[in-house]
Write a protein that binds this ligand. Structure first.
Ligand code: NAP
Length: 310
């Protein structure tokens, strides 16, 4: 537990920086709930899947491959459902949607947790910068196609980051989605994370009354996410861990809170430390959110060879 956990005060709902996923779900009976978690094989996704399954939820555990998802499911309680979903591969995402639809499940929550961060060199997926494509477009395709499976009070949770503040001026540089005009690792990550926020905002407007879409910042936590960072940066993080960083259990708390807690009634908001937080101004720009939605629809149509669905 870091020093920050000890000195920062909790928010209005009694939860805060130091709250763990176990604590935020204590006393909840999630029996009968079905929850899809992407990136469930590592870090915050794994902790989220484990805690929610311990509370009785049936976890639909998405991972890059069926083997990885099945291995994770062997460690979860209940009757978890492994599903392959490589977010950087639209055919894999569509196969995942088909698999889940065929299962007949009604999803109470979709936790869009998978992500990659700060790739040192520009990498492309289908002609688009890979973090934007994986973190945003992959989840956009998955969620918009799964909406028919969402429960009447279903919740979408986009795991964003305070690193959305590193996105380019104006939020999204639509003319540079390939990254080929300019590329810096953190700006590209920030752009993908502001896209998660903007997606939650515009999705929240489109959902049925009772359903919600929100974005979260989990905190800063040592996980496999830092694999692309330089050894120097990783060492600095390790040194700062006892002072400022969260544990994985604390990092998973905000997404668990937004996905299942009965006191969570917001829609289109941004959460950190289990409470609403104000994101950067561009992340609150409805016109920008709408433009991103239209551009994402066009990209999805282009890479799947299909017509837009919403
Ligand atoms: N850790 C932090 O400090 C921090 C801070 C702010 C926000 N976040 C956000 O929190 C989320 C979880 O991060 P984490 O720290 O738990 O990282 P992590 O331990 O690296 O876990 C990321 C997960 O995403 C999966 N993933 C990566 N690429 C994928 C793809 N193409 N298709 C499907 N799944 C893919 C990974 O699968 P593999 O194991 O197969 O690679 C892994 O299960 C991310 O969205 C991240 O941006 C984290």
């Amino acid at each position: 537990m870091s020093l920050a956990s000890l000195i920062l005060r909790n928010g209005k709902n009694g939860f805060g920086f130091g709250t763990t996923a176990e604590q935020v779900t204590a006393g909840l009976d999630l029996t009968g709930k079905s929850i899809l978690v992407t990136g469930s094989t590592s870090g915050l996704g794994e902790a989220t899947a484990r805690v929610l399954s311990q509370r009785g939820a049936r976890i639909f555990a998405a991972a890059r491959t069926t083997e990885k998802a099945a291995a994770l499911c062997r460690t979860l309680s209940g009757a978890p459902y492994p599903v392959a979903c490589d977010l950087a591969d639209p055919s894999s995402v569509l196969a995942c949607v088909d698999d889940i639809a065929r299962s007949g499940v009604v999803l109470d929550a979709i936790i869009c947790n998978a992500g990659i961060m700060a790739l040192p060199q520009l990498e492309l997926a289908f002609g688009y910068e890979k973090q934007f494509f994986t973190n945003h477009i992959g989840h956009f395709l998955l969620v918009t196609r799964l909406l028919p499976q969402l429960a009447p009070r279903g919740r979408i949770v986009m795991v964003s980051s305070d690193a959305h503040r590193m996105a380019p001026r104006g939020g999204i540089d639509f003319e540079n989605l390939s990254g080929e005009q300019s590329y810096t690792a953190w700006q590209a990550y920030g752009r993908s994370k502001i896209a998660n926020l903007l997606f939650a905002k515009s999705l929240g407007q489109r959902l049925q009354p009772g359903q919600s879409a929100n974005a979260v910042h989990p905190g800063v936590i040592m996980t496999n996410l830092q694999r692309s960072m330089s050894p120097f940066m990783r060492t600095m993080m390790q040194l700062g861990e006892p002072l400022f960083l969260k544990t994985v259990a604390q990092g998973a708390a905000t997404q668990c809170y937004v996905a299942v807690h009965p006191s969570m009634t917001e829609n289109g908001e941004y959460f950190a430390d289990c409470n609403v937080r104000q994101p950067r101004r561009a992340a609150r720009d409805r016109e920008l959110a709408e433009r991103l939605w239209q551009v994402s629809e066009r990209i999805v149509a282009e890479v799947t060879g299909s017509a837009p669905v919403h």
